[in-house]
Design a protein around this ligand. Structure first.
Ligand code: NAD
Ligand code: MG
Length: 385
């Protein structure tokens, strides 16, 4: 019998993390959980630890350490706390694969630590590649580490590339659902509240990515993610709106042939593909039925209304620390929007102003990214007031 894959799930209490545990629960002979980490929702983290019996649990929020420690006292599970502990625990010898499902810039340090330790990566935390794609992919290459995409669009591209690794890609089309505000104008967008933005038509996800999907920043981040994952130039990446979210993305090769990957929108599929690669695991997920979808439609993306996507292309083309600025400004803006401090359209204003004012660094080091993130957050917070 094949050995089980030992997995560390960073951000196990989130949308991706809990679905990854569903995959483990359904495939107990294939996977075992070695590490779980969470931040705020410690009761869920404790419950997960008791069910999956990992070697170690890390709670990012240090004030919750005692609580978790006491709850897990009767069990043979190590408990640690703090950001540094997440970056340390991923180095454990017993881990085969690290699923990075922390949201935002907060996931960068532990992802780099896992790569440095030679762990294979199932990458959900797209912000890591947006902020420091050059550094992350270079380190992964040096360490012989594969980055298996979890994001559904990138998983689609990855699946289309199976058996094609030596064939040149002409371009890729990333599909976008268009989010809850597809077809709306700026006047409408100026009035929308978080409750409307949090209602995604096709996907049930964490709050930050749901807002990013409504503002199309998510697609912008995914364009940059694709550039680094597949080594593409800006001209090779196109975005097309596909409201049904059935075609998850498309690769076009140099002979003009196109391959698409399709399926019902369910993140468990790309999560389990990344976890089980190169195997495909049998699943009982609901199957797509053509008769329920007599039409699959496609339309151009409106970057005049949804400026975030244009700003992301701009940051990608500029390179250096510009995508790091874009990401940090966006994280501050999304948080402020979720707290009703700013309107929907102001999110792009903050990102744009940060891109214009933060000092450009053409070849950033890790410390430059850390400093850029900090400086951009300071500037963005200033802009809120
Ligand atoms: P989420 O908010 O539901 O979960 C985030 C997880 O990270 C939680 O476990 C939380 O406790 C932990 N966390 C939050 N802040 C932290 C911090 N500062 N330090 C340590 N841990 C922290 O988010 P999600 O929707 O699961 O998304 C996770 C990542 O996956 C994001 O980068 C997102 O872009 C990407 N992603 C998500 C989906 C999806 O369907 N949810 C799809 C594609 C990509
Ligand atoms: Mg996606």
């Amino acid at each position: 019998m094949k050995e089980k894959k030992n997995i560390a799930i960073l951000g196990s209490t989130g949308s991706i993390g809990t679905q990854a545990l569903d995959v483990v629960r359904a495939n107990p002979t294939m996977f075992s959980v070695e590490v779980l980490t969470g931040n705020g929702n410690v009761d869920l983290l404790i419950k997960q630890a008791i069910e999956f019996n990992p070697n170690a649990v890390v709670v990012a929020d240090e004030t919750k350490y005692q609580y978790v420690k006491e709850a897990l006292n009767p069990h043979d599970i190590k408990v640690f706390a703090g950001k540094k502990a997440i970056a340390e625990v991923v180095e454990m010898d017993s881990i085969d694969l690290v699923l990075t499902a922390i949201v935002g810039y907060a996931g960068l340090e532990s992802t780099l630590a896992a790569i440095n330790a030679g762990k294979q990566i199932a990458l959900a935390n797209k912000e890591t590649l947006v902020v420091a794609g050059e550094l992350v992919t270079k380190l992964a290459k040096e360490k012989g580490v594969n980055l298996y995409p979890v994001d559904s669009e990138h998983s689609a591209i990855f699946q289309c590339l199976a058996g094609e690794f030596h064939n040149p890609i002409e371009k890729i089309y990333l599909t976008a659902s268009g989010g809850p505000f597809r077809g709306k104008d700026r006047e409408f967008l100026s009035t929308v509240k978080k409750e409307q933005a949090l209602k995604h038509p096709n996907w049930d996800m964490g709050a930050k990515i749901t807002i990013d999907s409504a503002s199309l920043m998510n697609k912008g981040l995914e364009v940059i993610e694709a550039k680094w994952l597949f080594g593409l130039k800006a001209e090779q990446i196109d975005v097309i709106v596909h409201p049904q979210s059935i075609v998850h993305s498309i690769v076009q090769f140099t002979d003009g042939s196109m391959k698409a990957q399709m399926g019902l929108p369910d993140m468990k599929l790309p999560i389990q593909y990344a976890m089980a690669y190169p195997e495909r695991i049998k699943s009982d997920f609901p199957r797509f039925n053509f008769i329920n979808y007599p039409q699959l439609t496609f339309e151009p993306v409106d970057t005049k209304t949804f400026r975030n996507l244009a700003l992301a292309f701009e940051a990608m083309n500029k390179g250096g620390n510009a995508p790091c600025v874009l990401n940090a400004a966006n994280e501050v803006a999304v948080e402020a929007f979720l707290k009703d401090k700013i309107g929907f359209l102001q999110m792009s204003d903050i990102v744009e102003q940060c891109l214009q004012t933060i000092d450009f660094i053409a070849k950033p080091s890790y410390d430059d990214y850390v400093a850029t993130d900090k400086e951009t957050r300071r500037k963005a917070l200033q802009l809120l007031n």
